[in-house]
Design a protein around this ligand. Sequence first.
Ligand SMILES: Nc1ncnc2c1ncn2[C@@H]1O[C@H](COP(=O)(O)OP(=O)(O)OP(=O)(O)O)[C@@H](O)[C@H]1O
Length: 232
Amino acid sequence: MFISAESLCKSYGSGDGKNDVLKNVDISLEKGHIGVILGPSGSGKSTLMNMIGGVDRVDSGSIIVDNDNVAGFDDDALTEYRRKNVGFIFQFYNLVPNLTVSENIEVCANISDSPLRLNEILSIVGLEDKKNRFPRELSGGEQQRVAVARAIVKNPKLLLCDEPTGALDFETSRDVLSLLQKINREFGTTILMITHNIAIGDMAHVVYKLRSGEITEVIRNDEIIPAERIEW
Ligand SMILES: Nc1ncnc2c1ncn2[C@@H]1O[C@H](COP(=O)(O)OP(=O)(O)OP(=O)(O)O)[C@@H](O)[C@H]1O
């Protein structure tokens, strides 16, 4: 198993204000698969993803990612793990406004031992002709493509996407989801994606339903739908 997380618990606050955000969550995902975490606002989706991505720490439980004992890492090892192995994509693209498309991508290539080539990435995300533009000169969908390029240029083993289409319209969302599916197929990148949108589950190998910090259902899809065919 590529991701194997067991009995994850995380609380914020203490005493009467204690908020149990993850309650004995188990989650596993095979290498090269797409997993989707579905759940209402506040159910703990981002918290779960942050634990797996080494952004935050669990109170208890184990997290193994590609044989790395992530939950046991000290701060330095956690930083190294994040930088080398994990690409992040968020709802809001978080691009550096005064850097061009190419420069936004190159900044992240520089932290990798085995980055992909800039031209290859620009071609995959379809932004070769816009590589010298600044983020403000791009549409939302194009900005998200830059964010995808930036996340994958370091050739991460794991791509974590937190509501990657949350700010996009239907057509543009489908384009970005297609791009993620293409990356999954071409590079074998394992992808874990958060969404509110149940339809997006159709393009995943596994869907985890999260409610109030607990996994209520795990659905394994035998048939993966191409993102271009998803409807909502
Ligand atoms: N750093 C923090 N300190 C205190 N509480 C937090 C912190 N991070 C998250 N929480 C709380 O944990 C709960 C789960 O938050 P989380 O962001 O994981 O939910 P989510 O399912 O991703 O929600 P959304 O879909 O709205 O992004 C919420 O009640 C939130 O207020």
